[in-house]
Design a protein around this ligand. Structure first.
Ligand code: HDD
Length: 762
């Protein structure tokens, strides 16, 4: 006989218990204590409809509320059901002919559960597969109203946005801190329709014509035979292509600079890359390039730090963005435009504005701020929002139009096309994150995943059956303005303009604009990447390209590779450097910077609590690092521990504060812990060994090597000495107490790193 397993019925409590969701621990407010854990499900009656089912609040490792609205935790309703709403009494056992017998085909629940699981994945993006996103708001200053009629750029206009940052080459599960370009795509849900600004953190591109996009991407992606290496350019096919194809030189140089390894998504510039055409209410046009300027400044990792982070915390950028938003340190960017007269030749100071491998230096055309964007809400479901969001450079609004940049032209085709296979059909605009906030009244009908129930009988124009609706907007209010720009009479050709053939002047401009330490990083990056290529001819060919950028660059990389440096094949240009391209030399706010506080198990808890609070009050994120994750102190005054000596590495922190010299133990646990453990197990406690815990020494030595500010007190000198740090080295603060150390470290953090520690700055 077929007998299904019976489980004891559960009695649902009348009301969900819930954890109060008040304090999100924003800087300046007292940090919340980690809450007691709730049961993950809280049954209640009557069963609410799916969208209203709610669950407990959720918390992060730092004890902060994730901000996920309770009502969006759909699986925590009273009873588990099938997709059709039928209640289930067992989801752990297939229906079988007897406990040891065959599974029966009639088990609908088994088939539904497994079938749905089998189809949980959608194709990852062919490029930019790995990303992180956030919601926010854009506030316009009104300064662009003179040159565009776009309503969202009018003074005081506020527009909701969704931004997705990404790497380009890696798969969905690849690490964040690889050397790569970063995507910076913004969806403005404007009152006149959605405008997507689909940009990167590098203002130029590898190719001048979209027809070559499959070539550069095939070269950059892992080798097709073994599918390695993942998410990086340090391999033969990439360097093969970019050395044969010198229009990629400029973008490649930016990738090899510190821009290729950003410290945070919050600390990156964004660029629209192409030149766009703005149209004002009178129909007058202006050419512009869009820039996002981060309020926190542009900062990068150092290469060794980036590599270690890939292993220690492959989600580093994703976590950083989410944690900062959650803690109330909302990242902000100013949107700005460089403006150029819309002349028939579409050049500015001799620079071809249709060539996406060229910038216009800010010194020639200043970036004029037109609004500010604040990211203030994390997505509540990664798949629904970050994965399913569909950007498209062709999503334009009245007042913003395109130019004839041949790279942009191909993009206008590619983005719509790719969503059809990625999101399974032409109705992806109906997915919640993609829905415009402007009313939609299209005549697009049916198709895969159609969720709208359209009324009316006449989805065509002209019609009389639906009263002639819908009507067309006037030419002055519609999008996709065909500005009557003159198109030169020409023959059909597969050719590029002559100006596109010049590939070295702007890479040289970039190189000459770098400070010595930034140049040193570029030299090391080329040397590292080329040393990973197996084909000697490729290395040699890249050196030939570098010789046409700069002699010193070429010679230094050649020396690092043990190869002779070739001579330039053409005279080197002498462009005016652009100081705006350098990341070094300014002071920036500290919001959301991560300060690690290292303490032993017996530290002064009261002082630690006060120090932690001071870090929060400065708008930064304090993470306490102790021998074990057990809170320090007791009761409501206990200080939570977020990292342990075993799981913390310096790469997670922008600065370290070292309270004393935590002692080492034979089993590398804290001394107190070792004794407590011994009591329970009856084993002999591990004896303390002399000196500071070696894991603390590693933390400190690494932070020092990566030019981070370090402050210590109460015996810090011995830590410095044991870690092999030279006394009196720049940015190594020995203070009388925590507050003094913190204030000195704050002073050092404003410039991001202690640059003097790098040899090139000495
Ligand atoms: Fe692209 C995604 C940025 C050239 C084809 N691109 C994609 C994303 C960004 C960019 C940020 C990720 C969007 C997201 O987060 O979903 N792409 C750029 C920039 C370019 C550029 C700044 C040059 C200025 N792209 C480019 C070309 C083509 C594509 C020339 C094809 C001819 N890009 C795509 C794509 C993707 C994409 C295949 C993959 C996923 C998607 O579009 O939605 O269509």
């Amino acid at each position: 006989a077929i007998v299904a397993k019976k489980s004891a019925p559960r009695t649902p409590p009348a009301e969900p218990a819930g954890v109060p969701a008040e304090n999100n621990g924003a800087p300046g407010r007292p940090a919340p204590e980690p809450p007691a854990l709730n049961e993950p499900t809280e049954p209640r009656e009557p069963l609410p409809p799916k969208a209203d089912q709610s669950g407990p609040d959720t918390f992060t490792p730092t004890g902060r509320a994730t901000g996920v609205p309770r009502e969006s935790v759909a699986q925590s309703g009273a009873y588990l059901t099938t997709a059709q709403g039928a209640r289930l009494y067992d989801t752990d056992h297939s229906l079988k002919a007897g406990p040891r017998g065959p599974v029966l085909l009639q088990d609908h629940h088994l088939r539904e559960k497994i079938t749905h699981f089998d189809h949980e994945r959608i194709p990852e993006r062919v490029v930019h597969a790995r990303g992180a996103a956030a919601h926010g708001v854009f506030q316009a200053y009104g300064t662009a109203a003179r040159i565009t009629k776009a309503a969202f750029l009018a003074k005081g206009a506020e527009t909701e946005v969704f931004v997705r940052f990404s790497t380009v080459l890696g798969s969905r599960g690849s690490a964040d801190t690889v050397r790569d370009t970063r995507g910076f795509a913004t969806k403005f849900y404007t009152s006149e329709g959605t405008f997507d600004l689909v940009g990167n953190n590098i203002p130029v591109f590898f190719i001048q014509d979209a027809v070559k996009f499959p070539d550069i991407i095939h070269a950059g992606k892992p080798h097709p035979d073994r599918e390695i290496p993942q998410a990086q350019s340090a391999h033969d096919t990439f360097w093969d292509f970019v050395s044969l194809h010198t229009e990629a030189t400029h973008h490649t140089l930016w990738n090899m600079s510190d821009r290729g390894i950003p410290r945070s998504y919050r600390m990156m510039e964004g660029f629209g890359v192409h030149t766009f055409r703005l149209v004002n209410a009178k129909g007058a046009t202006t050419l512009v390039k869009f820039h996002w300027k981060p309020k926190l400044g542009v900062h990068s990792l150092v290469w060794e730090e980036a590599q270690i982070t890939n292993g220690i915390d492959p989600d580093f950028h994703r976590r950083d963005l989410a944690d900062a938003i959650e803690s109330g340190a909302y990242p902000q960017w100013e949107l700005g435009v460089q403006t150029f007269p819309d002349t028939p030749d579409q050049r500015f100071e001799g620079i071809d504005l249709l060539d996406p491998t060229k910038i216009v230096p800010e010194e020639l055309a200043p970036v004029q701020p037109i609004g500010v964007m604040t990211l203030n809400r994390n997505p509540s479901n990664f798949f629904a929002e970050t994965e399913q969001v569909a950007f498209h450079p062709g999503h334009l609004v009245p007042g913003i139009d395109i130019t004839d940049d041949p790279l942009l032209a191909g993009r206008l085709f590619s983005y719509l096309d790719t969503q059809i296979s990625r999101l399974g059909g032409p109705n992806f605009a109906q997915i919640p994150v993609n829905r415009p906030h402007a009313p939609v009244n299209d005549m697009l009908r049916d198709g895969m995943h159609q969720t709208a129930v359209h009324s009316g009988t006449a989805p065509y124009r002209p019609n009389s059956l639906d009263g002639g609706c819908p009507f067309l907007a006037g030419a002055d209010t519609g999008a996709y303005i065909e500005v009557p720009v003159e198109t030169p009479a020409a023959h059909k050709v597969r050719e590029a303009p002559d100006s596109f053939a010049e590939h070295f002047r702007q890479p040289r401009l970039f190189w000459l604009s770098m400070t010595p330490v930034e140049r040193e990083h570029i030299i090391s990056a080329y040397t590292f990447e080329l040393s990973k290529c197996y084909e000697p001819t490729i290395r040699q060919r890249v050196l030939g390209v570098l010789a046409n950028i700069d002699t010193e660059l070429c010679e230094q990389v050649a020396a690092g590779l043990g190869l002779p440096a070739p001579a330039a094949t053409q005279p080197l240009a002498e462009p005016e450097p652009s100081p705006a391209l350098s990341q070094v030399g300014q002071t920036w706010p500290l919001d959301g910077r991560v300060v690690g506080i290292v303490t032993g198990p017996d530290g002064d808890v009261k002082a630690l609590r006060a120090l932690r609070q001071s870090v929060l009050d400065s708008g930064m994120v304090p993470l306490v690092i102790a021998p074990t994750p057990a809170p320090l102190g007791t009761g409501k005054n206990a200080v939570p521990v977020q990292r342990t000596f075993a799981n913390a590495r310096s790469v997670e922190f922008d600065a370290l504060l070292v309270a004393g010299a935590p002692a080492a133990t034979a089993d590398a646990k804290g001394p107190r812990d070792a004794k407590a453990g011994a009591k329970k197990t009856g084993r002999k406690a591990a004896a303390a060994v002399p000196g500071t815990d070696p894991r603390v020494l590693l933390l400190v030595a690494e932070a020092f090597r990566h030019a981070k500010a370090i402050g210590g007190w109460d015996g810090a000198e011995s830590v410095w000495q044991e870690a092999g740090l030279p006394a009196g080295a720049p940015g190594l603060v020995t203070a009388k107490n925590g507050p003094t150390a913190l204030s000195e470290v704050i002073g050092l953090l404003g410039t991001h790193r202690v640059w003097e520690r790098f040899p090139a700055s000495a």
